[in-house]
Write a protein that binds this ligand. Sequence first.
Ligand code: ATP
Length: 268
Amino acid sequence: MAGDGQDQPIIRLRGIRNAFGPQVIHNNLDLDVRRGEIIALVGGSGTGKSVLLRTIVGLNRPAAGSIEVFGQDILHLPKLERRKVEQRWGILFQNGALFSSLTVAQNIQVPLKEHLGLKGPMLEEIAALKIALAGLPPEAGAKYPSELSGGMKKRAGLARALALDPEIVFLDEPTAGLDPIGAAAFDQLIADLRDTVGFTVFLVTHDLDTLATVCDRIAVLGEKRVMVVGTMNDMLEQTNPWIVEYFHGPRGRAALDAKARADARRPD
Ligand SMILES: Nc1ncnc2c1ncn2[C@@H]1O[C@H](COP(=O)(O)OP(=O)(O)OP(=O)(O)O)[C@@H](O)[C@H]1O
């Protein structure tokens, strides 16, 4: 596909402006996401991380700027073309956003029916596959969201996000509300899936452990734009006061120490 080459950014934002009435959230914001990377968006509360994620996936239309995904200008695509692009990504919202009246398996089947028009046993089979991929036991498929723990809900939401074999997975605060062990397991699942399935991950997080352990790059939102993008080591060299406080503060140091200990234990 033209402009969809392996070297092109898989997501390319240029000059994004978002405002709600007089409140400007983003102004002249640029960001490139590379194919196959795990990139995290961080920033203080209210800097517009969720708004930016929602803007990329079309739930919020920016006042200005361009958004290319898979090399396509998605703000100006005809509806049908746009739907085709949407089939190539999956989204895990913060609360899982599962339909409470449907079982886990039925939740996963929603996009399969809606986008692919699948019917019959094929639906069951694909749902079972995604349940396994998300690290859930097979019996989870028959359960309703209210019967699941927080960690299982996240996995069920992930299973649904994976329904259409996405090339990009968007995750909004994937480890929020999980205990540290559950959060670490979820981080590991994302990293393993990226390595095996090969998708790109764009996530919004406050979790310094996630940043230290699984992210290839970090984009810092502030001053209404992406102030810096780089690796964790790049972040440690920044002088912006918020970035210094965030990454060199006690929680940042603890996350980096934990990662250093984990790396030391890992065989070469
Ligand atoms: N639909 C909307 N209408 C009006 N204002 C909105 C809307 N959505 C978001 N905002 C405002 O935009 C700002 C950014 O919100 P957003 O949820 O993106 O922040 P965030 O960086 O994700 O914050 P947090 O880390 O606290 O989750 C906030 O001030 C919020 O009130």
